[in-house]
Design a binder for this molecule. Structure first.
Ligand code: ATP
Ligand code: MG
Length: 445
């Protein structure tokens, strides 16, 4: 993408309404525009990151054997009357009437609708296990929308629902979700710690929230800091192997890690003092096992292997897709701007031409652009007729992890400069070596 042809409306000034760094940088980098309280347009740069995050979520869900579908944003109130939640949900639910006076709502979540789909089509244990998920916009009329996409009213969520014949199978589904979520966050360059949670209006006994540590987080968290060193890495996971998946969950949930909702001071005191930490965290996901709560209320029954009709065992599992952009920026930035992890960056690499219009510099940039493209890497080429300082400031603000800088002086010696956004370290090398270097980094990712 050539910057002169792109739509990147960066702001020079800090927007007054933004209280936290992720909100500030998303506005300044031209990623989002507020349209109403807690409702945003996704401008091209923001949309590219959102799509990357969705893609990682999809890949890890499908790897775990979970199946995508797409349910609508609008739902019928009658469906929610069946579970009893239409009245319980309260003011967070946006209620709408159509021209015929029929009551609709903008879905804040989809337990009722997925249970309705299930009961219409599945009648036997032979069709189980089954986990269906979608990535869809939600609306919750939050009392205090704030911090940009972190607490929006309209926001993008991945929500998945498992259907199983018995508790053991449902707990395996719960564990599969935990492991697939750990992988998802790791690929985004995040450490998200599963913490035992209290169940909210959705109910259920077995539930964990995933928290990214950040001072601007809304939850208070108490943890043994050794939990932050745990990594899945590249280990092979067989999602069909119940014992293996359960063992990974045990590994990640044994050390103390809880939010203020479930914190137990007496247990926390048994953590060695040097490891006992209190901080703040951003909730980027939550998994729930709730058994037959919805299936019993809504008549989602299956015949088991003894020929009995039983309510299907269920759980629901959510990832805050749009909130993740904010969480990633909170976890990865400096005073110049965003530092995208390679896994989610909007463009893998930026090209800065220090002297636009110089025949050699222009040709070298075009050559780099094409060579990167042949490696499957779409560079963002700053081909504006601007001062070097302004080009560097834009690149630093939008946070591409790698930058290739091209100028007449370097080219006279046959070299360009490759710079890491994270470390700031620059290295001179030939244009061919620069392409190979960047390509190798993304191959490893
Ligand atoms: P919170 O406690 O932050 O209000 P929640 O527990 O009500 O969230 P869930 O129902 O667990 O939310 O939804 C799954 C995920 O969706 C959350 O873990 C969070 O990452 C994201 N999410 C929830 N509410 C919002 C919101 N208003 N804006 C952006 N993301 C949200
Ligand atoms: Mg939650």
């Amino acid at each position: 993408m050539r910057l002169t042809r792109y739509f990147l409306p960066v702001l020079k000034e800090n927007p007054a309404e933004a209280q936290i760094v992720s909100h500030r940088y998303m506005l300044r980098a031209g990623m989002i525009k507020q349209q109403a309280a807690g409702i945003y347009s996704w401008l091209p740069l923001g949309l590219r990151v959102l799509r990357r995050i969705e893609q990682i979520v999809n890949e890890e869900q499908e790897r775990a054997g979970h199946i995508p579908l797409l349910m609508p944003t609008l739902q019928s109130a009658d469906l929610w009357r069946e579970s009893g939640r239409y009245d319980d949900y309260g003011e967070e639910m946006l209620r709408i009437k159509d021209r015929g006076g029929r009551e609709l709502l903008y879905g804040p979540t989809n337990e009722e609708m997925i249970t309705d789909i299930f009961r219409a089509h599945v009648t036997s244990y032979k069709s189980l296990p089954l986990t269906l998920y979608h990535i869809q916009w939600k609306f919750r009329d939050e009392m205090r929308p704030r911090f940009g996409v972190m607490r929006g009213r309209e926001f993008l969520m991945k929500d998945g629902y498992n259907f199983d014949i018995d508790q053991d199978a449902a707990l395996h589904a719960y564990n599969r979700h935990m492991v697939s979520y750990l992988r998802t966050y790791e690929r985004m360059g995040l450490t998200a710690i599963p913490m035992r949670a209290a169940s909210g209006p959705i109910g259920g006994d077995n539930t964990h929230e995933f928290l990214v540590l950040a001072q601007t987080g809304e939850s208070e968290v108490f943890y043994d800091d050794r939990v932050t060193a745990l990594k899945l890495g590249s280990r092979a996971i067989d999602y069909g192997n119940r014992a293996q998946v359960a063992e990974v969950c045990r590994e990640f949930t044994t050390l103390y890690a809880r939010t203020d909702e479930t914190h137990d001071a007496a247990v926390f005191d048994t953590v060695p003092e040097a490891h006992r930490k209190v901080g703040r965290g951003i909730e980027v996901g939550q998994i729930f096992y709730f058994g037959t709560m919805y299936s019993a209320a809504m008549g989602a029954l299956v015949v088991n292997d003894k020929g009995e009709k039983v309510p299907v065992e269920m759980g629901s599992h959510g990832i805050g897709v749009s909130r993740l952009l904010g969480a990633i920026i909170e976890a990865s930035h400096d005073d110049k701007g965003i530092i995208w992890p390679e896994g989610v960056t909007p463009f893998p690499v930026g090209i800065v031409n220090l002297k636009q219009g110089d025949v050699a510099a222009d040709a070298a940039c075009e050559g780099l652009y094409k060579a990167l493209s042949l490696c499957g890497l779409e560079a963002l080429y700053d081909d504006r007729d601007e001062r070097a300082g302004a080009k560097f400031a834009t690149m630093d603000l939008i946070g591409l992890p790698w930058r290739i800088t091209v100028g007449p002086r370097g080219l006279a010696n046959g070299v360009v400069e490759v710079t890491s956004r994270r470390t700031g370290v620059s290295e001179e090398m030939t244009p061919e070596a620069a392409v190979a270097r960047v390509a190798a980094i993304y191959q490893a990712n």
